[in-house]
Design a protein around this ligand. Structure first.
Ligand SMILES: C[S@@+](CC[C@H](N)C(=O)[O-])C[C@H]1O[C@@H](n2cnc3c(N)ncnc32)[C@H](O)[C@@H]1O
Ligand SMILES: [Zn+2]
Length: 280
């Protein structure tokens, strides 16, 4: 619910704090933002610059995640977040939250925490608004100024999503941490290679460091592997939720899936990075 997190949000037009008044968030300069019927608020100022994932991609992500194949990763993220979220009522900010799957896992493991889900996709924001009682869901563009107050966040999450170093550093509290999950080159390789799907940019590692290290201190970068046993419908959902979905028709996806025997054992291979505010 947005009521849980209104005090963490700021006006995207003037930067003043927002407060909840009836079904709106308002600032002292009179800028106001309606809360949508589905429970999220759009704080993307002006023209929409980035639409994020489509309705079909978000629906596929929800279907795939419901299969539980990424539960080991959610448990890892929740465990690391719980170790950091020591404040009395910690704020957890999920950048590119989509359905709020990882944010929910963190809130389930930290009873006192409240969460803010950010995503450019209104389809994602609708689902994240229902992810947990203690989540407020916001549409915004991560590549621009975040509608979040300075030093207000104990844990920020970037799971397979766009990062913003300067804004991450601005919103993190002094005792906060940014947890970043990126795919390794061999992530889901048993499916990605033979099915001809888009694969990970090999320079990703350098990119993460270049984006974040000027603004935050890297304190850990741990590889994590987990096994998945995918049924054909899981693999279909995995393709439909990712970047290949934009290039393949439903028939092309089925033709590629025909080449495998099911269930298919696949390896998840990611890196979990932890960044802290840089000490002056
Ligand atoms: C690969 S998905 C990961 C979603 C989620 N963290 C998960 O792992 O289930 C990336 C998400 O980032 C969102 N996104 C992409 N570009 C964005 C931007 N510039 N601002 C905000 N969200 C963005 C997409 O809409 C999508 O939901
Ligand atoms: Zn304002």
């Amino acid at each position: 619910m947005l009521a849980e997190v209104a005090s963490v949000l700021r006006c995207p037009v003037c930067g003043l704090g927002l407060e909840l008044r009836e079904a709106r968030l308002v600032c002292d300069q009179g800028h106001n933002f309606d809360i949508a019927r589905e429970g999220y608020v759009n704080l993307m100022p002006g023209r929409v610059r980035h639409e994020g994932d489509s309705s079909a991609m978000v629906e596929a992500r929800e279907r795939f995640l419901a299969g539980g194949h990424f539960e080991p990763l959610a448990a890892l993220v929740a465990g690391r977040a719980a170790a950091v979220a020591l404040a009395e009522r910690p704020v957890v900010l999920d950048l590119g939250a989509s359905t709020g799957y990882y944010l929910r896992a963190v809130l389930d493991s930290v009873d006192s925490a409240r969460g803010v889900a950010l995503d450019a996709s209104k389809f994602a924001a609708r689902r994240a608004a229902r992810a947990h009682d203690r989540v407020g869901s916001v549409v915004c563009d991560i590549w621009h100024e975040l509608p979040v107050r300075d030093l207000s966040v104990q844990v920020a999450l970037n799971v397979f999503s766009p990062r913003n170093g300067p804004e991450g550093a601005r919103v993190l509290a002094p005792d906060g941490a940014l947890l970043v999950v990126t795919p390794e080159a061999e992530h889901l390789a048993e499916l990605v290679g033979p099915a001809g799907l888009l694969s990970v940019d090999e320079r990703k590692e350098d990119r993460v460091r270049a984006e974040l290290e000027p603004h935050l201190s890297l304190v850990a970068a741990d590889p994590f592997e987990f096994e998945l046993n995918l049924g054909r419908s899981d693999a279909r959902a995995l393709i439909e939720m990712g970047p290949s979905a934009r290039h393949l028709s439903a028939d092309e996806i089925e033709a590629r899936l025909d080449a495998f025997s099911w269930p298919l054992p696949v390896t998840g291979a990611v890196k979990l990075w932890i960044f802290r505010p840089a000490t002056p």
